[in-house]
Design a protein around this ligand. Structure first.
Ligand code: FCB
Length: 453
């Protein structure tokens, strides 16, 4: 304990719609519903129904947030729940659900932090080509506007996109995520149109008077394991981090990436007149930090597979292998708390004056479930404690970081890993939906309670 948390440092927990909501019948279909039906796409065959049945257990989950004592709750709005076909008519039932969620948070004194797109694209938009199509950016802006019209008076902070890297490259390059396409050129168009949609959405939200507008990126420190791998590392870093930051900073596509990806795209989707839209000022930037990427030569046998670290995810990838170093979480992700400061620096190098939040951090860790259903997860406590301390050290060194969200409130559908990877502070029994706070939840609650206010 004794983290010496500054009183104005925001602490919260995060979730996302498709991973927890369930109630698939109450909304339109999305890319992840379709993907989950492909044999083998999700390791354990899990689907969006019932997930954590959050829609039907809303009050119970709100009470868990009260019990934890968080300052803020980061959730995502399911586009197909509020706009079932992705365009046009809104669903009164879907809108009502987020009214209840947002009002329930406010009644409990918890700040609502809403993400508009955490990867669940309405199926008709995916069928029309998805994010590689320019039109999707405009459909996203229309959806953002509708959400602003409904909730701008009550949402404290907005994020347009969560981790566009994943939507673009896991979705359209390696096909490891929905929609499962393996088209490197299309994945680069997806990056561009995701960020175009982001810029258009920020403009619309700002016009409506919505406050605190930002985006959440997974900036990952990319480290060369030897001098010979520096060029390859630059390519990976360019696609992992710089392409997003440069577009947001108004610099366009990084010149080295334009060149190194010329074999997979002619970049004809880039239009000079988009530059100011892509660089529409943001009020804050969220970073999700879990690990680092180490780039090594393809000379020795790979020991550990890290989920999301695969050369298939990277367009025009030169020969390399990812080489995470121990200790690892269950995702195969190297645990490196100091990396959080390296990730913050990536943002400040490009966007020096934008306040930062860590919007996700946490660990999938093997845990012991006792006979009475309680869960002892000391490794998760250690992980979060170490990362919070590293973050506070970075803050002391001058990074303008204003808060931290643990991933995640609940065990949930971990995308292609289904129920097999558990990130929750609260255990969810997939068979019954029963919630049981783990030791880490009690610890986080104590951290929150021990703060000097
Ligand atoms: C992030 C996602 C989040 C969750 C964590 C483990 O990339 O934003 O939904 O899957 O990883």
């Amino acid at each position: 304990m004794d983290l010496n948390l500054p009183p104005d440092f925001e602490l919260g927990v995060a979730t996302s719609a498709w991973q927890i909501e369930g109630d698939v019948a109450g909304r339109g279909r999305c890319n992840w519903d379709d993907f989950a039906e492909l044999p083998g796409a999700i390791v354990d065959g899990a689907t969006g129904e019932p997930a954590c049945d959050h829609v039907h257990r809303l009050d119970e989950d709100l009470d868990l947030l009260t019990w934890l004592g968080v300052d803020a709750y980061r959730f995502s709005i399911s586009w197909p729940r509020v706009m079932p076909t992705g365009t046009g008519a809104l669903s009164p039932q879907g809108l009502d659900f987020y009214d209840r969620l947002i009002d329930g948070l406010l009644e409990r004194g918890i700040r609502p932090v809403a993400t508009l797109f955490h990867w669940d694209l309405p199926s008709p938009l995916e069928a029309a080509g998805g994010w590689p199509e320019r039109d999707t950016a405009y459909r996203f802006a229309d959806y953002a506007q509708a959400m602003g019209e409904r909730y701008a008076d009550r949402v404290d902070r907005w994020a347009t996109l969560n981790e566009p890297w994943c939507s673009a490259f896991l979705g359209y390059c390696s096909g490891y995520f929905a929609p499962g396409r393996k088209e490197p050129g299309a994945s680069l168009a997806a990056v561009y149109h995701l960020l175009l949609g982001h810029g258009l959405a920020i403009d619309r939200l700002r016009d409506l008077g919505a406050r605190n507008l930002g985006i959440v990126l997974n900036l990952i420190p990319v480290i060369a394991q030897s001098e010979s791998m520096e060029a390859a590392t630059r390519h990976v870093d360019g696609l992992q981090n710089r392409i997003f930051l440069d577009l947001l900073a108004g610099n366009g596509i990084p010149p080295d990436i334009r060149e190194s990806c010329a074999s997979v795209t002619d970049w004809s989707f880039v239009r000079p007149e988009d530059t100011p839209i892509l660089a529409t000022p943001i009020d804050w930037l969220g970073e999700n930090y879990y690990s680092v990427m180490r780039v090594a030569e393809v000379d020795s046998e790979r020991h550990v597979d890290a989920i999301g670290q695969d050369i298939a995810d990277i367009p025009a990838c030169p020969p390399l292998r990812f080489d995470p170093q121990p200790p690892y979480t269950d995702m195969g992700w190297e645990v490196l708390p100091e990396g959080i400061e390296m990730a913050l620096r990536k943002a400040t190098d490009h966007l020096p004056d934008v306040p930062l939040w860590i919007c996700e951090n946490g660990a999938a860790i093997a845990e012991e479930i006792a006979a009475d259903g309680t869960v002892h997860d000391p490794n998760r406590i250690e992980y979060i404690d170490d990362h919070l301390r590293a973050l506070l050290r970075a803050r002391d060194r001058g990074f303008d970081v204003r808060g931290y969200f643990a991933w995640s409130l609940l065990d949930n559908l971990e995308w292609a890993s289904g129920w097999t990877k558990k990130f929750g502070l609260v255990r969810v029994d997939p068979a019954t939906g029963t919630r049981t706070p783990k030791d880490s939840a009690r610890w986080y609650r104590d951290v929150l309670a021990a703060r000097t206010r």
